[in-house]
Design a protein around this ligand. Structure first.
Ligand SMILES: [Fe+2]
Ligand SMILES: [Fe+2]
Length: 295
């Protein structure tokens, strides 16, 4: 179990770091720079169709085009989850003492996520892609989740969304084969997310021991369901249209693709052991983690 500190001490450290190391995507990303010719927008081996027969049928240009749409989908779904998170953090801060660093950091994080969402929105606009997002049913189910979620499953689900996408972004930010625009967006996000992860992990560690046995079961189920829904939504099936593949066909090939399963497990490799140690992954909920290819 992770060490739990006084929440105000950690938050004070995070506030100091936020003052020193925050970005303004309007100024810190070169939005006017031309896109680089012949460079991928995400690593091909992390793409959902990599290694399938559909992939073999694509030309190099088509693979690069698909990488643009796939990363745009992941950023757009990330943006959608950030809006959910902003609402959850606002509800969380509602009950805190605003004089404390813990409350002030929650408000600071809302500010970070607002800037990130604008950054991802501008990136999608710059790439000239269609509007991608979570499936309608997930989009609507999230209305309830963001209005009522609290406790370890709220912060646990946030961690799964943040740490899985972080793994992918981290792997790209120093990769010379990736488009410079995507690399700079990723770098900004990775730096600021590290603080969010610290804050949310401590919340999970602080609140898990307070749960009853029934509470543990409920929070495990909620975390598994939300994590499944978020990770499974990252790649919008409509991206496959960009290279002439029917959405249902592309989606079916991705879901049956062992490479893609491996990519999902790789994305979850950092957060899953933490949630297991904290007891937020366990019991019957584990079946769902396997089904999502996160374990
Ligand atoms: Fe973010
Ligand atoms: Fe975040």
């Amino acid at each position: 179990m992770a060490q739990t500190r006084d929440p105000d001490v950690t938050a004070q450290r995070l506030l100091t770091s936020s003052v020193r190391n925050s970005f303004d995507p309007d100024l810190d990303v070169d939005w006017e720079a031309p896109l680089a010719e012949g460079k991928y927008f995400m690593p091909p081996e992390r793409m959902s169709l990599y290694g399938t027969r559909l992939w073999d049928g694509l030309s190099e240009e088509q693979r690069i085009e698909l990488s643009k749409h796939e990363i745009a989908s992941i950023m757009s779904v990330g943006l959608w989850f950030e809006i959910i998170l902003i609402q959850m953090l606002a509800r969380y801060a509602y009950d805190l003492d605003p004089r404390g660093a813990h409350a002030q950091y929650a408000l600071t994080e809302i500010g970070d996520e607002t800037r990130h969402s604008i950054m991802f929105a501008r990136a999608a606009e710059r790439l000239g892609v269609p509007k991608y997002g979570a499936p309608r049913i997930v989009h609507n189910a999230a209305r309830l989740f963001k209005a009522v979620a609290s406790g370890p499953s709220m912060f646990g689900s946030v961690l799964v969304a943040e740490e899985t996408t972080d793994r992918l972004q981290r792997s790209m930010m120093d990769d010379e084969n990736i488009q410079p625009l995507i690399r700079s967006v990723n770098r900004i996000h990775v730096v600021e997310e590290a603080r969010h992860v610290r804050y949310a992990r401590e919340e999970v560690s602080r609140t898990m021991p307070k749960l009853s046995k029934a509470g543990v079961r409920m929070h495990r189920t909620r975390t598994a369901v939300v994590s499944f829904a978020v990770v499974d939504s990252l790649v919008d099936s409509n991206i496959y249209r960009s290279v002439g593949i029917a959405p249902a066909e592309g989606r079916a090939a991705a879901l049956a693709n062992p490479h893609f399963h491996q990519t999902r497990r790789w994305m979850a490799e950092k957060i899953v052991p933490f949630l297991r140690d904290e007891g937020l992954i366990g019991g019957r909920s584990i079946a769902l983690w396997h089904k999502a290819h996160l374990i």
